[in-house]
Design a protein around this ligand. Structure first.
Ligand code: UDP
Ligand code: MG
Length: 151
């Protein structure tokens, strides 16, 4: 089982795309284990995007992430880190495939509506940054036997 961190950025929340985006992960069969709406401070956004601090767009990106509510969530499933990124699509929506979240719902890179962890280490770090351990809910979904099977 893997866990990944997904965030609907302020543009996705403001555009009323929360249910559309969450439903794509739900319908896939991924298990939602944490979800909350937060307005991160700029300092918090800088921590989240610390890997990009040398990039010219860093300050603008952090201003943007802290400009309004972000829908933060953790989803859990086999292969969810890499395949979750596939469902999200390429960073630049003009290069994202149709059928992906960014391909279907966004137009330009600076307003690409969603974030997803890019690997096991970042997933671990981002989950720890955005959520306290007690906010991650442990439960058995009745659908699991139909999604994963046994044979
Ligand atoms: N970004 C930007 N300008 C660029 C490249 C990236 O504003 O030229 C933003 C964009 O919102 C992107 C985020 O920076 O989602 C993080 O960049 P990264 O390369 O990590 O892309 P992601 O992992 O989000 O696909
Ligand atoms: Mg990234």
């Amino acid at each position: 089982m893997e866990r990944t961190f997904i965030a609907i950025k302020p543009d996705g929340v403001q555009r009323g795309l929360v249910s559309e985006i969450v439903s794509r992960f739900e319908r896939k069969g991924y298990k939602l284990v944490a979800i909350k709406l937060v307005v991160p401070s700029k300092q918090f956004a800088e921590k989240h995007y610390h890997d990009l601090k040398e990039r010219p767009f860093f300050s603008g990106l952090c201003d943007f992430l802290s400009s309004g509510p972000v829908l933060a969530m953790v989803i859990k499933s086999p292969h969810v880190i890499k395949y979750g990124r596939k469902l999200i699509g390429a960073t630049d929506p003009s290069k994202s495939e149709p059928g992906t979240i960014r391909g279907d719902l966004a137009v330009v890179v600076v307003r690409n509506i969603i974030h997803g962890s890019d690997g096991p280490e970042t997933a671990k770090d981002e989950i720890a940054l955005w959520f306290q351990p007690k906010e991650l809910v442990s439960y058995t979904s009745n659908e699991e036997k139909w999604i994963y099977g046994v044979n």
